[in-house]
Ligand binder design. Structure first.
Ligand code: NAD
Length: 491
């Protein structure tokens, strides 16, 4: 299958495909085998300059702003159709450079297309309001785009994440420079192809791949950038915010998580196990909203742990291309980091009920599905984001204690409640400090539901109608209709 993938991939700048200005290439590895399967042009500073200049020109041309929003929506529907038409090619790229299964890669493509239809449908519904100032005035607000939006994408779901931010930007007539992840860049180039084929104005969407410390850092500190959308780790988010602070520009920060599901004694345990397996083992746990902690009432702890272990041990492990349940981690350093968390947990007194080690006998970067019991809330494995298929199970006795544990990390991305009792669900959902709470099904929700963090998990929302609010700023226009009036400065 690998032969079907193009060997050399380029950046998309100002409506054209280009090698890097420095002539360098980034090797792209298949995480399931460790083999280099392709290379992508490395964008350096000159490429960032060119992409931003193109995005600025496209914004200043007002081509996107001046059309009727419904036409921007139709343009986005065409992008969605182009993505759907390439779903099989995208699935293969996601499978080979990211490790996902073909089905998972195809889902990525279809979800990316859905972002363009969802936000395309909203493009003509981003409305201002009329503000009454009496008969002598007309006053209204315009939801105005920021200008050039710089978007930085992580490697775990590169296509979906790039699609959700580009779609919001286009719906609101911003122009975009996207820096795709150096570890899994291929699928995002299909977004550029879709934009090109759909007739997106030249320069309105630019897709480049470069290293974070180089092209990424240069991009976010660039004076041509008016707005930043970052999805990635807390340390990178912090450094981007510092760059943004220098120029006082707005940011959306979608950062990491250490999300907990609370299992009350009346929970449906079968449902809890199925939901937890999806929550921590899908995409090999490399999910920002993974359910990496399970806070379990002591009365059901042993039974649930036994069921979870059985579930984990039933998973098939292997390359996504062969349709396995548990696919590889993205890189050797990531696998070493995940295993390091497991070794640290054992040193701190947690017990591996199953797993805990890399699978050295397989090529690629595979990790055993791992469940730790005997975990206490202060252990590192209960506090820090592992970003691998590793679940920390923590017992509780009283509901307030469960809440304190769930809320007791620096993160606040998602949270969950397993119970048959509606009152308990509401009680907990109201008190959990998280941007999204799932009841009885981890990842309940979708493109339509707002998603984002509290605390160190970031701020701003992606997905849902709320996301569009991050891409516009309100401009007020006050008009004196009747003759007279000298204006009232101040206030
Ligand atoms: P990362 O922060 O290392 O990298 C993310 C992106 O930032 C990459 O494109 C990288 O090249 C770029 N980058 C790195 N240093 C940079 C710099 N100084 N300036 C500008 N850009 C820079 O994160 P990662 O390892 O790729 O992704 C995993 C992290 O992303 C996890 O913490 C995960 O929770 C988080 N994440 C969050 C969400 C969300 O929606 N909240 C979604 C997916 C992943």
């Amino acid at each position: 299958m690998a032969q079907e993938l193009k060997r050399r991939w380029q950046n998309y700048i100002d409506g054209g495909w280009r090698d890097g200005a420095d002539g360098d290439w980034i090797a792209v590895e298949n995480p399931a085998t460790g083999e280099t399967i392709a290379e992508i042009a490395r964008a350096g500073r000159a490429d960032v300059d060119a992409a931003l200049a193109a995005a600025r020109r496209a914004f200043d041309s007002r081509e996107l702003q001046d059309v009727r929003p419904v036409e921007r929506g139709q343009l986005m529907f065409r992008i969605a159709r182009e993505i759907e038409a390439m779903a099989d090619e995208i699935a293969l790229a996601e499978c080979l450079d990211n490790g996902k299964s073909l089905a998972g890669g195809r889902n990525e493509a279809l979800a990316a297309a859905r972002y363009f239809t969802y936000y395309g449908g909203l493009a003509d519904k981003v409305e201002g309001r009329m503000i009454p100032l009496g008969g002598n005035y007309v006053d209204y607000t315009i939801p105005a785009p920021f200008g050039v939006s710089a978007q930085i994408v992580p490697w775990n779901f590169p296509l979906q994440i790039a699609a959700r931010s580009i779609a919001c930007a286009l719906a609101t007539a911003n122009t975009v420079v996207v820096k795709t992840p150096e570890l899994s860049p291929l699928a995002c180039t299909f977004l550029a192809t879709a934009c090109e084929r759909a007739g997106v104005p030249k320069g309105a969407v630019n897709v480049i791949c470069g290293y974070g410390h180089d092209a990424g850092a240069y991009l976010v500190a660039h004076e041509e950038v008016d707005h930043i959308v970052f999805t990635g780790s807390v340390p990178t988010g912090r450094s981007i915010l510092k760059a943004a602070a220098e120029r006082i520009i707005p940011c959306v920060m979608e950062l990491g998580g250490k999300s907990a599901g609370i299992v009350f004694p009346d929970a449906d345990l079968e449902q809890t196990v199925a939901s937890t397996a999806a929550g921590i083992f899908s995409n090999a746990g490399q999910v920002c909203s993974a359910q990496s902690r399970l806070v379990v009432h002591r009365s059901v702890l042993d039974r649930l742990a036994e069921m979870l272990v059985a579930r984990a041990e039933s998973l098939s492990i292997g390359p996504g291309i062969d349709g396995h349940d548990l696919t590889p981690l993205i890189s050797a350093p990531q696998a070493a980091k995940v295993e390091g968390f497991c070794l640290g947990a054992e040193q701190q007194g947690a017990e591996a009920a199953t797993g805990g080690r890399r699978i050295e006998s397989m090529p690629g970067h595979f990790m055993q599905p791992s469940i730790y019991v005997g975990v206490s809330p202060e252990m590192t494995i209960a506090r820090e984001e592992v970003f691998g298929p590793v679940l920390a199970v923590i017992p509780f006795d009283e509901p307030e204690e469960a809440l304190a544990i769930a809320n007791g990390t620096d993160y606040g991305l998602c949270a969950g409640v397993y119970t048959r009792d509606l009152q308990t669900a509401h009680w907990a959902a109201n008190r959990l400090v998280a941007g999204q709470v799932f009841v009885n099904e981890w990842f309940a929700g979708g493109i339509e539901t707002p998603f984002g963090g509290t605390k160190r998990s970031g701020y701003g929302r992606e997905k849902g109608q709320e996301a569009l609010l991050n891409y516009v700023q309100s401009k007020n226009v006050g008009i004196r209709i009747a003759a007279g009036g000298g204006g009232r400065p101040g206030g």
